[in-house]
Ligand binder design. Structure first.
Ligand code: NCD
Ligand code: ZN
Ligand code: ZN
Length: 433
């Protein structure tokens, strides 16, 4: 483990430097000065009087960027706070998160945007960007004041957690968002088809006696929203894509030139609906875990670029929230602290996905998806970096979680690859307690 004091100017040497833009990992050194990358050296020993931190062949990459995080503050501080959520992010290798609007009060007013930004400036362990709500109180009826929300600092708009049922409202929201150049993030699930549903509609749901929602619920919603993006020419981003049919719809829309992007979550990429045999409430999530064919379609969607990036949909809930009958447990799975290790373990095989492929999907790709800075290894960029040991084997322990919650089905799981910590503007924060 690295012990490093808070130095303003230093070289990080002996690194395997991951350059997500170039798609390469190469040996080299980085000079950090005043919180920025001021030099990259690719060959030989560094000749310099400045202190040198030799990281002994570990991978150094631009910090991960999560464009779908539920920080829960204000309003649900028992589940997570800006402080604990960003600490979890840093522990997972993230140096920036984009937080969702389904707080209490909802982020539908500039004062809430300001509150989150001010609180973040005081307590956060990574950069915090904000998604504001599309409609007042997420009710899907009245459109918010997008220009004021953007002025206050919002970078995207979403009623995530809820589908905007009224197509006319969604159309207006897209048209209005376009004027202010704000992407609209859609939670695509037909509300009528998901009513009362607890999991994917499948052989498993019949066997387990849990009411299911069909893949069609998501696909109907994606089809509508993609069509509205085409009609309005507005930037649409589809959150947590989970079905093969949805991947197909997005692929077709992209071919037609519709300005649509999409994300997949680590849980939808790795876990399937048969796992619900245990009735583990920590597997209950919206959209639900699907089947193995859907997982395969999501993975090939990522490989070919139909799915642009990976986003965690980190959705913390307390143990008390989850320790109720399956019907009453709130949906959501945490993701920030496990995303890299889980995906490195399950996806990176050197054939379908290489390590740098995974890093691209966690850095430059999410940054591009929401037009955010970061994700680049280049001179002049902020020194927001993550240090990774891609071979370390470790077991996820509840006591080691930084999040306030622990609703992950992965406790006790053995992973390969571990985030060692992050440099945020050149300041080291260890991931390992
Ligand atoms: C999210 C939450 O808990 O806020 N839950 C979930 O199951 N994904 C809401 C959401 O992302 O739709
Ligand atoms: Zn959602
Ligand atoms: Zn969400």
């Amino acid at each position: 483990m690295i012990k490093w004091k808070d130095k303003r100017e230093f070289w990080i040497t002996g690194a395997k430097l991951a350059d997500p833009e170039a798609g390469k990992i190469k040996s080299g050194s980085v000079l950090i000065q005043k919180g920025r990358i001021s030099e990259l050296a690719w060959q030989g020993a560094v000749q310099s009087d400045l202190p040198q931190l030799d990281i002994g062949g570990l991978v150094l990459s631009p910090g991960f960027i999560d464009i779908h995080t539920h920080l829960r503050e204000p309003g649900y501080e028992e589940k997570e706070t800006i402080e604990t959520g960003t600490a979890a992010a840093a522990a997972g290798g993230y140096t920036a998160v984009v937080c969702m609007a389904n707080t209490e009060p909802v982020v539908d007013d500039p004062s809430i945007v300001k509150f989150i930004l001010e609180k973040s400036a005081q307590v956060s362990h990574c950069r915090v960007y904000i998604t504001a709500a599309l409609t007042r109180n997420l009710e899907g009826v009245h459109i918010n004041e997008y220009h004021l929300l953007r002025e206050a600092g919002a970078v995207a708009l979403s009623d995530d957690g809820k589908f905007v049922v009224d197509s006319r409202v969604m159309r207006s929201a897209l048209e209005y968002a376009r004027i202010y150049n704000l992407p609209v993030i859609a939670h695509c699930e037909d509300t009528f088809l998901t009513a009362g549903a607890l999991m994917n509609e499948s052989y498993s749901s019949t066997r387990l006696g849990l009411k299911g929602t069909p893949a069609a619920a998501e696909e109907i919603a994606v089809a509508r929203d993609v069509r509205l993006a085409e009609l309005t020419g507005s930037r649409l981003h589809v959150a947590h894509v989970s079905t093969a049919g949805a991947v197909e719809l997005i692929k077709k829309a992209k071919r037609k030139g519709v300005p649509v992007t999409a994300e997949a979550s680590p849980h939808h990429l790795t876990l399937d609906d048969t796992m619900l045999e245990t009735y583990d409430r920590n597997l209950k999530v919206n959209p639900p875990l699907r089947d193995k064919k859907d997982i395969e379609a999501l993975r090939s969607g990522l490989r070919e670029g139909t799915i642009d990036c990976i986003a965690t949909d980190h959705a913390p809930h307390t143990e008390i929230d989850k320790q109720v009958e399956f019907d009453f447990a709130p949906p959501g799975i945490m993701g920030l602290e496990t995303a890299f290790a889980q995906l490195n373990t399950e996806l990176v095989d050197g054939v379908e996905f290489s390590l740098v492929d995974l890093i691209r999907l966690l850095t430059i790709k999410p940054a591009q998806t929401l037009s955010l800075p970061g994700g680049k290894l280049a001179r002049g960029e902020p020194a927001d970096l993550v240090l990774i040991d891609p071979d370390e084997e470790w077991v996820l322990e509840k006591a080691a979680l930084r999040s306030k919650s622990s609703n992950t089905p992965l406790l006790g799981k053995k992973f390969r690859g571990r985030v060692q910590g992050v440099f945020l503007e050149g300041k080291w924060e260890s991931a390992i307690l």
